[in-house]
Design a binder for this molecule. Structure first.
Ligand code: SF4
Length: 459
């Protein structure tokens, strides 16, 4: 890059970004011409990485003459990723120009599984699908049209389209992964996921470290590191010794399926030792109603009686009992509970898949985690665990179609009235059993054969 441009770069020991005023005309030396100094003129276009749901910000450096992207870099103005990306972000370039990428829509011309396809046009694809969808709707076969999504990333736009068609045709993979945790959170707060303030936390508690090593990897991970630099302690509950676990102050690898017990043992320690946040509980918990229902003998409005009852109720969840049940160290439970207490209301925690998804009743893990956070008063605080809806703005569309009048039992079978999301993993079984038919099925960022536990059923 030229000397003047280099001087204008925003620079820190580990990062350097062109100033926004120069994004339309950025001049730098072409590295391919090295050791000669050959200038090239670029424009910088902000974009988004879609290699995972974190959707970090990227800057595409585009050659002004050829209009080719020459590289991708982090966008320092993106509020989530703040210019930092994992390796997959800049590697998006190899997807854009991969010589083996699919360049045109393809149509299967041989038997299913034969791998024989021929090139077709977008017009043919759209006309074919539109014709079939239209025919299905005209013939009242609304439940035969289905959209199956992995990573939505479009804030409900497709849901509106499906509603406009009047079909109950939205399928997701959520019941394969996050539905359990979402249910636990929603029961507590009406919001199906937390937004932990890792950056300002004094204690970070991560169940299913998968989340911080995979899902919202980068935006969360960089804030966990920042919190840690400021002195936060990190606790990971995961049978795997993940990257996050390797950096943690406490690592529990409990017997799978016992995570809820472990959390209740931590909660019990807070209650036993009087480490609960009295003010928070008094203000935000329905303890008066609890007393009336559970301890009608206690004087109404006696907050200490409420705490006493709660303590007795969870007194069997001792560190020793947890050690026996979960196969973890009783002393580490005591130490962890003390560290949580010392963090006050700055405890940031998260559970998503893993323990909440892989076990019967896994939704209780999220509930027990919220219970622990509530005792600590670490809800909606700086450094605590916010409700996702509190700090996320999703603009509502000005027009929404009316709700559809159809109920698709292939997605929400009536024998599962409490299903929190579409029971997508049952779909191929239902089709095999003749419970319904799918005439038009289209997926987006989702491959059920690859993703679903019994994926081969989908073939
Ligand atoms: S974490 Fe990595 S893969 Fe995911 S959006 Fe960010 S840069 Fe892309």
């Amino acid at each position: 890059m030229k000397g003047a441009d280099a001087a204008e770069m925003r620079q820190t020991p580990l990062e350097s970004f062109p100033p926004v005023e120069r994004w339309d005309d950025w001049v730098e030396n072409d590295p391919a011409a090295w050791p000669k100094r050959k200038e090239r003129r670029l424009m910088i276009v902000p974009t988004t990485c879609f290699n995972c749901e974190a959707a970090c910000g990227l800057m595409a450096f585009v050659d002004k003459q050829s209009l080719e992207i020459v590289r991708l870099d982090g966008n320092p103005h993106h509020p989530g990723s703040r210019g930092k990306n994992c390796a997959k972000g800049p590697a998006t370039l190899s997807q854009v120009y991969d010589p083996g990428r699919i360049l045109y829509p393809l149509k299967r011309v041989g038997p299913r599984g034969s791998g024989r396809f021929e090139r077709t046009t977008w017009d043919e694809v759209l006309d074919t699908f539109a014709r079939r969808i239209r025919k299905a709707l005209q013939e009242g076969r609304h439940n035969e049209v289905m959209y199956h999504v992995g990573r939505p990333g479009e804030d409900g736009f497709v849901t509106r389209v499906l509603q406009a068609w009047g079909i109950d045709g939205h399928n997701s993979h959520t019941n394969v992964c996050s539905s359990g945790a979402r249910l636990g959170y929603a029961i507590w707060s009406g919001v199906d996921r937390p937004s932990p303030d890792h950056e300002n936390a004094k204690f970070v508690l991560l169940l299913s470290a998968h989340l911080e090593t995979g899902h919202y990897f980068n935006p969360h991970a960089q804030r966990i590191i920042e919190g840690k630099r400021r002195g936060a302690k990190v606790c990971v509950v995961d049978v795997r010794h993940s990257n996050t676990a390797s950096k943690a102050d406490f690592w529990f690898a409990p017997r799978p399926g016992t995570e809820a017990f472990l959390l209740l043992a931590l909660a019990s320690q807070l209650l036993e030792n009087g480490w609960v946040n009295r003010e928070f509980l008094k203000t935000w918990v329905n303890w008066r109603e609890y007393l009336l229902a559970k301890r009608p003998d206690a004087p109404p409005g006696d907050f200490d009686a409420f705490l006493e009852d709660l303590r007795d109720r969870y007194s069997s969840y001792t560190p020793e009992a947890a050690a026996e049940e979960c196969d973890v160290s009783a002393q580490m439970i005591r130490d962890t509970a003390r560290a949580i207490a010392e963090a006050g209301d700055a405890v940031a925690a998260h559970v998503w898949r893993n323990a909440a998804a892989g076990n019967l009743g896994g939704w209780q893990v999220a509930r027990c985690l919220q219970f622990l956070l509530t005792l600590a008063g670490a809800v909606g605080t700086e450094g605590g665990t916010n409700l996702n809806a509190d700090n996320k703005f999703v603009p509502k569309p000005f027009l929404s179609p009316p709700p559809q009048r159809h109920w698709n039992e292939l997605l929400y079978p009536l024998e599962y009235p409490l299903a929190f999301h579409e029971l997508s993993y049952l779909l191929p079984h239902f089709l095999m059993d003749g419970r319904g038919k799918v005439d038009v099925y289209f997926t987006r960022v989702y491959n059920p054969v690859w993703t679903n536990p019994d994926g081969m059923m989908w073939e």
